[in-house]
Design a protein. Structure first.
Ligand SMILES: CC(C)(COP(=O)(O)OP(=O)(O)OC[C@H]1O[C@@H](n2cnc3c(N)ncnc32)[C@H](O)[C@@H]1OP(=O)(O)O)[C@@H](O)C(=O)NCCC(=O)NCCS
Length: 176
């Protein structure tokens, strides 16, 4: 049996001081999104997302891209999706920041972009599953009891491989 070392699951190098641009995702971005989410999924921080699921939901995603800088190529610095679950709820999902770009406000900026889109759509609330409770609290979310989840969240959960032993935290942000 062959074991993959974590070091072999890497993301392309980008310069931490590279100029950044933000935009919505396009289909050619699927590989880079898959790679960055796969990097953190391999480290137990989030759930893996298949290329086919990313293709189906590509219009959900906001990106921050690093431009080529200091001899290093450009690449994906961060990604976050806003996925509509029902007329009264959307989920912030697939949030991942490049390991060289953490702690610089990009995660908060991407969640804020999803929040703006949710407000424009007229949504009253945002939902997230996460292991990063403190980060989401900084983004205005609060923890909720799993017993009180929106029924549409449960129907998504039943398709998840970790349904029987989920230890993610459920968080909500009312948009008032
Ligand atoms: C968690 C993650 C999205 C945070 O993004 P980031 O760009 O590093 O965070 P930011 O710089 O935007 O931080 C925003 C705020 O949250 C705080 N914060 C960030 N990560 C935190 C953590 N792990 N624990 C506590 N606070 C945290 C910051 O201190 C900052 O606080 P401030 O508002 O007082 O300045 C990012 O580190 C990441 O991709 N982690 C791995 C994948 C993951 O866990 N994804 C989430 C799946 S739901």
């Amino acid at each position: 049996m062959t074991f993959l070392s974590l070091d072999s699951i890497a993301v392309p190098d980008i310069h931490p001081q590279a100029p950044l641009v933000t935009r919505k995702a396009r289909l050619p971005d699927i590989e880079a999104i898959h790679e960055l989410i796969g990097y953190w999924a391999a480290r137990g921080q989030m759930l893996v997302r298949s290329r086919s699921l990313l293709a189906e939901t590509i219009r959900d995603f906001h990106l921050v891209l690093a431009e080529p800088h200091g001899g290093k190529p450009g690449g994906l610095a961060g990604v976050c999706g806003l996925h509509l679950l029902a007329a009264d709820l959307a989920e912030v999902r697939g949030l991942a920041i490049h390991p060289h770009m953490q702690g610089r406000g990009l995660g908060k900026q991407l969640v804020a972009a999803c929040e703006r889109e949710a407000r424009d759509l007229g949504l009253p609330a945002l939902f997230a599953w996460t292991y990063q409770q403190a980060f989401f609290e900084r983004c205005g979310f609060h923890r909720i009891d799993k017993a009180n989840l929106h029924p549409r969240v449960w129907s998504e959960c039943q398709r998840c491989a970790f349904f029987e032993n989920c230890n993610e935290i459920a968080m909500l942000r009312e948009l008032g």
